[in-house]
Design a protein around this ligand. Structure first.
Ligand code: BES
Ligand code: MN
Ligand code: ZN
Length: 495
């Protein structure tokens, strides 16, 4: 996809279609009025008749004469007063989506925009490219029937003021990288467990290293994982025929100063629950239990694509959680690589087991900050629903930074508490700690388990069980929290 910024008159713009906004009181936007002067007030007549009401997200494609573009797409912007970022994003998404249902190859977006304090020029460019990628994404399904007609859209032109040009162009590059990273995440997460195995994740990372010079990938197999004494990770994988993989993906930049940012992803390629077997109805969704890993891999691609002046290390612990004659049993006690012993009271609380060994591995990079992401608990979905990612951290400033990143890119997160009391609930009679602490505050006790392994690190944990994928009719990966994470890394690179 090609992105361009246009700062001159709309009438001379050589595109198939120009998208302009209409407010829901039937008032044409300034851009629409400018066009209308050239088109004998067709738009004004149309709106006056009440044919198009300007309801947020509604679109209508019409023929238009008097300008170079042959078509105009009317886009509903909702209420006129203080256009929100949400309404703007919806209008951009609707414009792209409408264009893909036609033979339009080039589309200009001449829409009203939110105030600069709500959306900077750079983030505007980023959001347009991100939304375009998001709207054009198609699930790599395995349906054998006729494939739907591919869309024709190849060029998106944003119309704006000359002074914004540089920042918007920069945003386009960021947004294109983000869209590609998020698409990779979604592809990986949407694949079934019999295709997207730990080895498949490893192969994907190794392929990235062939494309991007800044990336170095190391893959640990079973012998190396044993050598690292990752007893908790080994405990989870021992019930599976599929070999585990531990991925180390490093992005190095010659101009990057300071300790690396380490990202850690939960890569359970299928979570049956193990001997503490899950209920059947939605068990298929546990193929998404590697969403954290997929987000790390997708984000490393975006970081490499942008060649960010920042050292970033991505760590992924990948295996299956299966019931088997050799599987771990409730009550089993294992020793983590950090030396702490863990009584596994519930084999379905496996995410924290593989993460504790991955977090311990992160120490060797002497990281500036460690952020893990995991579809860790059903309890976070009970607490926050599907709208906010849960943020837990042993550093309030870091949690606030992450929440702010999510806010400005509309990939929201909520700061959850993580005080000592929750950790105390993990007491075991037989080991240093148990892997579960009952139903109450389940997402917090899970985070408290991880906190035991990150004491002297600056660390945050993102519970993405509610946000990384959707269930129901539109079942599939959402690509979240790729946008929030990239904003976080961009800010660090700019320091
Ligand atoms: N992968 C699940 C968490 C999950 C649940 C993600 C629903 C997405 C949707 C995790 O491994 C798990 O099973 N957690 C248990 C923890 C419990 C046994 C303490 C849970 O949430 O039920
Ligand atoms: Mn589980
Ligand atoms: Zn799980």
């Amino acid at each position: 996809m090609q992105f361009e910024f246009w700062t001159k008159g709309l009438a001379d713009l050589a595109v198939d279609c120009v998208a302009v906004g209409v407010h829901d009181d039937g008032e044409l936007s300034a851009e629409a009025r400018a066009l209308d002067v050239r088109g004998r007030e067709k738009l004004a007549r149309l709106v006056k008749r009440g044919d198009f009401t300007g309801k947020a997200g509604e679109t209508w494609l019409i023929d238009f004469e008097g300008i170079r573009a042959e078509r105009v797409l009317l886009v509903g912007m909702g209420p006129k007063v203080e256009l929100s970022r949400k309404a703007w994003r919806r209008a951009v998404g609707a414009s792209i989506s409408a264009a893909t249902r036609t033979r339009i190859t080039s589309l200009a977006l001449a829409l009203p925009r939110p105030a600069a304090k709500a959306l900077t020029d750079e983030r505007l460019g980023r959001a347009v490219a991100e939304l375009t990628g998001h709207m054009l994404y198609r699930v790599n399904d395995l349906k054998s029937g006729k494939k739907p007609r591919p869309h024709a859209l190849a060029r998106v032109v944003v119309v704006g003021q000359a002074k914004a040009s540089q920042a918007v162009q920069k945003g386009f590059a960021q947004g294109s990288a983000l869209a590609e990273g998020a698409a990779l995440m979604r592809n990986l997460a949407n694949l079934p467990g019999n295709v997207c195995t730990p080895s498949y994740l490893a192969k994907t990372a190794q392929d990235l290293a062939k494309t991007y010079k800044s990336l170095r990938v190391k893959v640990l197999g079973l012998p190396e994982i044993k050598r690292e004494k990752m007893g908790c990770f080994l405990a989870v994988t021992q019930g599976s025929e599929e070999p585990p993989r531990f991925l180390v993906i490093e992005h190095r930049h010659p101009r990057a100063k300071g300790a690396p940012t380490v990202l850690v992803g939960k890569g359970i390629t299928f979570d049956t629950g193990g001997i503490s077997l899950k209920d059947p109805p939605t068990m298929d969704e546990m193929k998404f239990d590697m969403s954290g890993a997929a987000c790390v891999i997708g984000t490393m691609k975006a970081v490499a694509e942008l060649n960010l002046p920042l050292n970033v290390v991505g760590l992924v612990a990948a295996c299956e959680n299966m019931p088997d004659g050799r599987a771990i049993k409730p009550g089993d006690i294992v020793t983590s690589s950090a030396g702490l012993t863990v009584e596994i009271l519930n084999t379905d609380a496996e995410g924290r087991l593989i993460l504790c060994d991955a977090l311990h591995y992160a120490r060797r990079f002497k990281p500036d900050v460690v952020v893990d992401m995991a579809t860790l608990t059903g309890a976070i979905v009970v607490a926050l629903g599907v709208h906010h990612t849960g943020v837990f951290a042993n550093d309030d400033a870091l949690a606030r930074e992450i929440v702010d990143c999510g806010l400005v890119v509309d990939d929201r997160a909520w700061h959850m508490p993580l005080t000592e009391e929750y950790g105390e609930q993990l007491k075991s009679n037989f080991a240093d700690m148990a892997n579960v602490a009952g139903r109450d505050g389940g997402s917090i006790t899970a985070a408290a388990f991880l906190a035991r392994f990150t004491k002297d690190l600056t660390w945050a944990h993102l519970d993405i069980a509610g946000t990384a994928y959707q269930g129901g009719a539109a079942k599939g990966s959402t690509g979240r929290p790729s946008a929030m994470l990239l904003e976080f890394l961009l800010r660090r690179a700019a320091r």
